[in-house]
Design a protein around this ligand. Sequence first.
Ligand code: CTP
Length: 403
Amino acid sequence: MSILSGKNILLGISAGIAAYKTASLVRVFIKAGANVKVVMTPASKDFVTPLTLSTLSKNPVHSSFYNEDDENAEWNNHVELGLWADYLLVAPATANTMSKMANGTCDNLLLATYLSAKCPVYFAPAMDLDMYKHPSTLNTFKKLKSFGNIMIPATSGELASGLVGQGRLAEPEDIVAFMEQDVLNKLPLKGRKIMITAGPTYEALDPVRFIGNHSSGKMGFEIAKASANFGAEVVLITGPTHQKVNHSLIQVVPVVSAQDMYEAAHTYYKTVDVAILSAAVADYKPKEISNQKIKKKDSTLVLELEKTKDILASLGEIKLKQLLVGFALETNNELEYAKGKLKKKNLDLIVLNSLNDKGAGFKSETNKVTIIDKENNITAYKLKSKAEVAIDILSEIIKKLNA
Ligand code: CTP
């Protein structure tokens, strides 16, 4: 899945012959799963039609502050467009438009949108080779980059003039690949490895029965997705659940029992920077597993259970550089018990859920957590969706990693 999937891309088109390539560019963004809106300079409409671009982007295309042909003309709000965008890309960026961007000129909708955008801005120049090399153009590049704009350089080859040299707009696939790589490189967990345990464990009684719990695995899966979206390489060790995930940065390791989860966790722990143990691991398992189905006989049946291994505590014992994060699900004396676990299991952070909070817990779509660190800083969060809670937990982790 592309890192741009679900992101809002605002494509600004200025008037160069390379504008014909923007039809393909919109398609490549859409294929990557991005949402695309297009803003054009008035003159660029001579090179590619708004109809083509609105059809491909499935969004209206704007090129002036209002539509003169429409008697119910609405104001095309450049501030709203700028705020909508996760990324603004100006492609092709002509010498004229870039010079205006560099100097704060604001005589069309594209430039007004550029000035109001708060998101990262990419620009992909295209022009003839001598224009590209001109000191004033080089000065414009320098100035635009000094504002934090990111340049996607033109490539070399045959130009519209028939001359050969640097000035060709980068190919649509290469522009999108450039942006994907740049976005990835800047993610806060880029280069970090994270192991997550999730879901319940099933402890077999016989070939057809087990002891389990109601954990849905949702919290752990949301943490895995948020970690990957922040650029981390994720190993998600999960007990049996209905949750699904499909992300190129997430490796799913399915397990069944507490012992399986213990072994998988110890296999990956040495290689990771962070381990987050959110699984609801069975604390006890049947002492004997019957090879055959247990037949009903007497009116009562006594099962002998023995303790499972505490995975979290075992990782705390062998901890080296890893940041170790545990969960605690409590019903009473919550803070005290959570702090006790943090210390006893040698954790860096503990995420406390109280079963007294409405909307928190196993089957719910929401969660309400308090995060405690080993310096005894306590942060209580509001009731939120599990996806939002995952981001809160990771934000704490990112702070610790960067401290
Ligand atoms: N955990 C684990 N392995 C186990 C049991 C628990 O890794 N065998 C982890 C959970 O994933 C969670 C943390 O330990 O991160 C807290 O689990 P919890 O059951 O609340 O704590 P316990 O130490 O088992 O204490 P108690 O059941 O008495 O509350």
